[in-house]
Design a protein around this ligand. Structure first.
Ligand code: NOJ
Ligand code: NOJ
Length: 571
């Protein structure tokens, strides 16, 4: 038995793992719940100034300044609270949930650097805590936000429907949900910054939560008679599911988190995707990367192992012993340390997996998951082990202990007041970066619930079929000709860049080179999405140096058909 320090309760002892985890949870569970509530306005004790229902990421105002509200963090936090309310565990949360819904519907309408509500603004990742726009430079857009927000609100809507409040769902919640789902339907195959706000490409977590949102959105729409959206959501959900498969890396046996970024692609992104798309009715389905699927288990091993040698607090821990894990092995942000929420996420995937095996009454070991299971039984072979077998029993016991070990890891590095920061030092385990991270507390609440067998409502992941051909979504397009009068020096060229993928999403390195055949008029014709608000600028590149046109951005709304010619002058 490994020695550990259970500092939250001032205990330093070598005691049975199960008991010590129970003890930690008994203390930390209420602290984590209170920690979430303290960070929600207007009455949270650490969120002064936040509007009603607004979740601050953390009360930290310097290094890092997290006194903002992120759509991702807020939606994950409220999903946990909505699950508590709808399961009957905490019946006091209703007015807070209603305030969250109002806050998010206000935020949806705020014009921001990603656009207006109808021109891409829903992809904006973070706002001021008084619901105004954050206008500084940032990794935007982040397209997981609308998906996570609609999933949280749909969970509430489904409960209201089952409790005789269909009119509130149809009149108040549906318009909010629909804005987000239409955005997901129309933009899922556009590039996005990942959940860590660093890489602009396609991202597994984002794709997985978009898929989930469209599925449950379609089901809700059907239930309340909003049938006009159903076929669009269903068609795109199938295409998203198709694309989701492409992240699996069969040669290295893990899920590559991002299509860009130039890293290994080993990333907590994938583990978080699995737990946040866990469906208790979907068994060990590999198509949706359920926690007990062979692909998700293989991925989990590669992910956790990638931190064994890079954090010195993990030194000496081998084989089936849990370790502290972080966002991704190459991370340097705030020192590149382990995170509480990612270490809890490993435990959560394992508890979800244990639930999945219990429900199906067996464990299947495939070629893909063999290495995962060999951690617990070095001589195991592929096959299906029924719950009546001794192999099943010993695997379940060992995997439960492994999962508990990840809780113990976070427990070991939880300070005595139970506060959960964002990270803890990779060399000595002391808390690092933002204090009282709301998402850290939510991750404790959800992992403790899963360990206790409390599972969220199903979202329809069972028995989905991957279409044989993936179709990228493309709505109608129109040909737009951009002409700009710009005098240049020899060797200097004019390029076009802008807010949609056809205009390279504001890239300067892949911006579109214009033709100078009619110099000084530079020209290019591009197929752009019809009936869409788009921003763009011309840039000059000379010897690799980029010069932007002066602000503001140029804007157009494309026509719904035909074509358009724009005659601009360089500013
Ligand atoms: C701030 C982001 O919140 C964080 O995720 C990122 O790692 C750093 N910027 C560095 O890019
Ligand atoms: C940085 C994290 O990378 C990002 O995921 C999170 O949304 C913000 N911090 C706020 O907590």
């Amino acid at each position: 038995m490994r020695r550990f320090i259970l500092s939250a309760i001032g205990l330093c002892a070598s005691v049975s793992l199960g008991t010590s985890v129970d003890t930690y949870i008994a203390t930390e569970g209420p602290i984590a719940k209170a920690g979430m509530l303290a960070n929600i306005g207007p009455d949270g004790s650490k969120s002064s100034g936040a509007y009603p229902g607004v979740v601050i990421a953390s009360p930290s105002t310097t290094d890092p300044d997290y006194l903002y509200t992120w759509v991702r963090d807020s939606s994950l936090v409220f999903k946990a609270l909505i699950d508590q309310y709808t399961s009957g565990e905490d019946t006091t949360l209703r007015s807070l949930i209603d305030e969250f819904v109002t806050a998010e519907s206000n935020i949806q309408q705020v014009t921001n650097p990603s656009g207006t509500v109808s021109t891409g603004g829903l992809g904006e990742p973070k706002f001021m805590i008084n619901e105004t726009a954050f206008t500084g430079a940032w990794g935007r857009p982040q397209r997981d936000g609308p998906a996570l927000r609609s999933t949280a609100i749909i969970t509430y809507a489904n409960w209201l429907l089952a409790n005789n409040n269909a009119s509130y769902v149809t009149e108040t919640l549906w318009p909010i949900i629909k804005l987000d789902l239409d955005y997901v339907m129309n933009n899922w195959n556009q590039s996005t910054f990942d959940l860590w706000e660093e890489i602009d490409s396609s991202s597994f977590f984002t794709t997985a939560v978009q898929h989930r949102a469209l599925r449950e959105g379609s089901a809700l729409a059907t239930a309340i008679g909003q049938t006009s959206v159903v076929s669009g959501y269903d068609t795109q959900a199938a295409n998203v599911l198709c694309f989701l498969q492409s992240y699996w890396n069969p040669t290295s046996s893990y899920i590559t988190a991002n299509t860009g970024g130039g890293r290994s692609g080993i990333d907590a992104n994938t583990v978080l995707a699995s737990i946040h798309t866990f469906d208790v009715d979907a068994g060990c389905d590999a198509v949706t990367f359920q926690p007990c699927s062979d692909v998700a288990l293989s991925n989990l091993k590669v992910y956790a192992d990638s931190f064994r040698s890079i954090y010195s607090i993990n030194n000496g821990l081998t084989g089936d012993e849990a370790v502290a894990t972080g966002r991704y092995p190459e991370d340097v942000y705030q020192g590149g340390n382990p995170w509480y929420l990612t270490t809890f996420a490993v435990a959560e995937q394992l508890y979800d997996a244990l639930t999945g095996w219990a429900n199906q009454g067996s464990i299947a070991v495939t070629e893909t998951s063999l290495a995962f299971f060999q951690q617990f039984n070095s001589t195991i072979v592929t096959g299906t082990y029924p719950s009546s077998s001794t192999t099943y029993t010993s695997l379940v016991t060992a995997i439960k202990a492994f999962a508990d070990g990840f809780i113990v890891t976070d427990a070991t590095y939880t300070p005595s007041n139970g506060g959960l920061a964002e990270q803890f030092s990779k060399t000595n385990g002391t808390p690092v970066s933002a204090v009282d991270l709301t998402w850290s507390y939510a991750s404790a609440v959800t992992v403790f619930a899963r360990r206790a067998g409390q599972n969220p409502a199903s979202w329809g992941a069972a028995n989905l079929i991957v279409p044989s051909v993936c179709e990228p979504y493309s709505g109608p397009t129109v040909a737009v000709t951009f002409n700009v009068n710009a005098t240049t020096v020899y060797g200097e060229n004019i390029y076009l860049t802008g807010s949609v993928s056809a205009l390279t999403d504001w890239s300067t390195t892949t911006a579109l080179l214009m033709s100078s055949a009619d110099y000084p008029i530079w020209s290019i014709t591009v197929d752009l999405p019809a009936d869409t608000g788009i921003q763009y600028k011309y840039i000059r590149i000379y010897n690799g140096d980029v010069t932007w046109e002066s602000d503001p951005n140029n804007s157009i709304t494309t026509p719904s058909g035909g074509s358009e010619i724009l005659n601009d002058t360089w500013r």
